[in-house]
Design a protein around this ligand. Structure first.
Ligand SMILES: [Zn+2]
Length: 424
């Protein structure tokens, strides 16, 4: 089956995770099992070994080495089975559109188009074939484009014994979109020495770095009293919250920052005179700089407490995830493999620092080096999400070349180079 038929088949299975689930179980929604069962059957059909589907909906399968006595480091590829739910994610009607420039007509009946003026990324795909939804729903190519690519590569490897490779592990996870995909990922059971998530837009993009992230609950305690006798007594919690927010650097917000700049992001607010609550996302690539952001928040809280009395403001910090670069840097072969493969294909790698987190961060920080590579998915989480068939084919070529190259690595070399780097 070719990659576009696979993607078209997968996106018709509704597997959105549920950000509003009231129970903390994984998967967050039972519909995620439908995708897992479909992939389980397909893995069986293709000839995967040791396929296992965990109680938490993690699906692992193995492509055995076809080199006798091979004992190199095991490479893994990881994709997520769930989709986002910001826009309707059910009854998806995928279509292939040959793009000739200008507007893409997604839905004639409803007059829905996707314009290159609004989405200039389209300009680089003139003459290519896009897979889109009908403009009323998500497509779900995040991350089903990656699943289609990995499964198509697997099919090729099972059918063409002339491609020599070591053992390859494939992992499919639930609940990435709600930030929980890495939590129950059993690294030991997966059994790879290094892995890649395919969860970024453009072919050729490599992401070995993510933010460090803290989320912060800020609680404000006011003193409520009738306005008639409020003078010198009333303390309005909403006004305390407003004052607190003004004490933070106003230019260091997501709307004013880019690239390697960190930020304070006021994510939600609720409040009355008596009680108010602000929820912030604090992000920085540098962990000391993130600590400094936490200190700025503490200073703001101390200022308000000194001015209005102790206990007016309380902060609760939540350590969300950490920049995985320090771990990835210990395994230079992991990065080298991507760079060498792309350059061999005549493509200059685009190294990016991710301004968000994903499964790979958690998995890396839990011990399995797992940076991210681009897999052709655009306008993710919206109704104008699309993938490009010709680009997906390049990704398949890339990961096939990667497994061939990885077959030549020795275990000693893989781990020794890591050691050398650490000692530098
Ligand atoms: Zn994704």
């Amino acid at each position: 089956m070719n990659v576009q038929d696979r993607l078209i088949k997968y996106v018709q299975i509704d597997s959105a995770s549920d950000p509003f689930t009231s129970h903390p179980s994984t998967p967050s929604h039972p519909r995620e099992w439908d995708m897992a069962h479909l992939l389980y059957d397909e893995m069986k059909e293709l000839g995967f070994s040791n396929i296992r589907l965990s109680d938490n909906c993690y699906l692992f399968g193995e492509i055995p080495a076809n080199i006798p006595d091979w004992d190199g480091p095991v490479i893994g590829f990881i994709c997520h089975m769930d989709t986002a739910s910001e826009v309707p994610a059910e009854n998806i009607k995928p279509q292939i559109i040959h793009y000739e420039g200008g507007d893409v007509l997604l839905n004639k009946e409803l007059g829905i188009t996707m314009s290159n003026k609004e989405y200039p990324v389209l300009d680089q795909f003139v003459g290519c074939d896009l897979i889109c939804s009908d403009g009323t729903t998500l497509l779900g190519s995040d991350n089903k484009a990656a699943i289609a690519e990995v499964m198509t590569m697997a099919e090729t490897l099972f059918h063409d014994d002339s491609i020599k490779h070591g053992k390859i592990m494939i992992g499919f996870t639930p609940d990435e979109e709600i930030g929980r995909g890495g939590v129950y990922f059993d690294i030991e059971d997966f059994g790879a020495d290094f892995a890649y998530t395919l969860d970024d837009c453009t072919f050729g993009v490599y992401t070995p770095e993510t933010f460090n992230a803290f989320n912060v609950d800020v609680y404000f305690n006011g003193t409520a009293i009738h306005t008639g006798c409020a003078k010198n007594i009333l303390v309005n919690a909403v006004k305390l919250a407003e004052e607190f927010d003004f004490l933070l650097p106003q230019q260091e917000r997501p709307e004013f920052t880019e690239k390697r700049e960190g930020f304070y992001h006021l994510h939600s607010f609720d409040g009355t005179i008596d009680k108010a609550h602000l929820y912030y996302l604090l992000r920085d690539f540098d962990s000391d700089a993130l600590e400094h952001r936490c200190d700025i928040m503490r200073n703001a809280a101390n200022f308000i407490n000194a001015k209005y009395g102790e206990g007016r403001v309380e902060l609760v910090f939540h350590d969300m995830y950490r920049n995985m670069k320090s771990v990835i840097d210990k395994y230079p072969k992991v990065t080298e493999l991507v760079y060498d493969t792309l350059r061999d294909m005549g493509v200059e790698p685009i190294c990016e620092s991710s301004r968000g987190g994903y499964d790979g961060c958690t998995i890396t920080l839990n011990g399995l080096p797992c940076p991210n590579i681009g897999c052709s998915m655009y306008n993710c989480h919206g109704c104008k999400e699309f993938s490009v068939i010709q680009e997906m084919e390049k990704v398949i070529d890339m990961i096939t070349q990667m497994v061939k190259r990885a077959a030549d690595m020795s275990r000693e070399d893989f781990y020794r180079s890591g050691q050398a780097h650490t000692e530098e």
